[in-house]
Design a protein around this ligand. Structure first.
Ligand code: CP
Length: 312
């Protein structure tokens, strides 16, 4: 595999999930694979899980790890072709990507959506710029429109916790005070489309995700109806896609409570705002899988890095 940019780069979701679960049993079984190989993690935005789990995954494979908070410490990058760089940007993505390619064997990048200009966000200029100009594989650690390492970790968590062949999985919007990107919900939806599951998305009107991504999915605007008989409830906030980047509702009737959850398992990518997205009673119960999901971030990253290292 050359790059891991979207869920669509997964050759076979069931095989990768099984391999990741196997890796989890003996995380050091391929510790020679990454010997004398270096991964460079570039962060344009904050992180806890992605930063530490990707570093841990690389270390489990015997890799060296370099980390840079590019957003604060790097030169402001220019992405446009032929731009006269007489404004705020100091370095072009063309040079930056080629330079990083000489220092590392894999580069992983986190660069969120700005949520101001939909066209610009969908162009994914940071991650696609690196994929275009770097000569080494590029891994997406959450870009403007996708978080495929999270989605793969979620698939592992679903597999480990499913008690029936075709579970009902609900992706529910929940309120949040700030405008958040669509990346997690997008990649979760793309991943669920590869699963044998009864998958339902629920959100208030005006919060429809990109219709190209949700094409073929069941969308139910009544949250109570959507949650009926659910086995897993994956909760996430996102801002409006049609009224791009806007917060249209902070309606706490959408907050997930123990009563709403019923017997289902609760999932969230973290970080989570307690008693806004979900009440304490859910997070503090055995029905919550959020810490397991965070653990599985190691093994989603490790399976991706393993696939890449095998092809270098
Ligand atoms: N879920 C997730 O990506 O967490 P971080 O933003 O802390 O990396």
């Amino acid at each position: 595999m050359k790059h891991y940019l979207t869920v669509n780069d997964i050759a076979s979701l069931p095989d990768w999930v099984d391999e990741a679960i196997n890796l989890k049993k003996d995380p050091y079984q391929f510790e020679g694979l990454g010997k004398r190989k270096t991964i460079c993690l570039l962060f344009f935005n904050n992180s806890l899980r992605t930063r530490l789990s990707t570093q841990k995954a690389a270390m489990n494979l015997g890799m060296e790890v370099m980390i840079m908070n590019f957003g604060n410490e790097g030169w402001a990058l220019e992405y446009g072709d032929g731009t006269i760089m007489d404004q705020g940007t100091s370095e072009h993505i063309k040079e930056a990507a080629q330079v990083v390619s000489q220092y590392a064997d894999i580069v992983a990048i986190r660069a969120f959506a700005g949520l101001v200009d939909k066209e610009k966000d969908e162009a994914e200029e940071v991650i696609n710029g690196f994929a275009k100009y770097a000569s080494i594989p590029v891994v997406n650690m959450e870009s403007s429109v996708g978080h495929p390492l999270q989605a793969l970790a979620d698939a592992i968590t679903l597999k480990e916790n499913e008690t029936k062949k075709r579970p009902k999985v609900v992706l529910s919007w929940a309120p949040h005070p700030k405008a958040l990107p669509h990346a997690v919900a997008n990649s979760f939806t793309q991943m669920m489309k590869l699963q044998d599951a009864d998958f339902v998305i629920t959100h208030p009107e005006g919060y429809e995700l990109n219709p190209e991504i949700t094409k073929g999915c069941t969308i139910e605007y009544n949250q109570d109806e959507a949650l009926k008989d659910a086995d897993f409830v994956y909760v996430k906030n996102w801002s409006s896609y049609s009224d791009y980047g806007k917060v249209l509702s902070k309606d706490t009737n959408w907050t997930i409570t123990k009563e709403k959850l019923g017997n289902a398992k609760f999932m969230h990518c973290l970080p989570v705002r307690r008693n806004m997205i979900v009440e304490d009673a859910v997070l503090d119960s055995e029905q919550s899988l959020v810490v397991e999901q965070a653990k599985n971030r190691i093994f989603s990253a490790q399976i991706v890095l393993k696939k890449i290292l095998e092809d270098i």
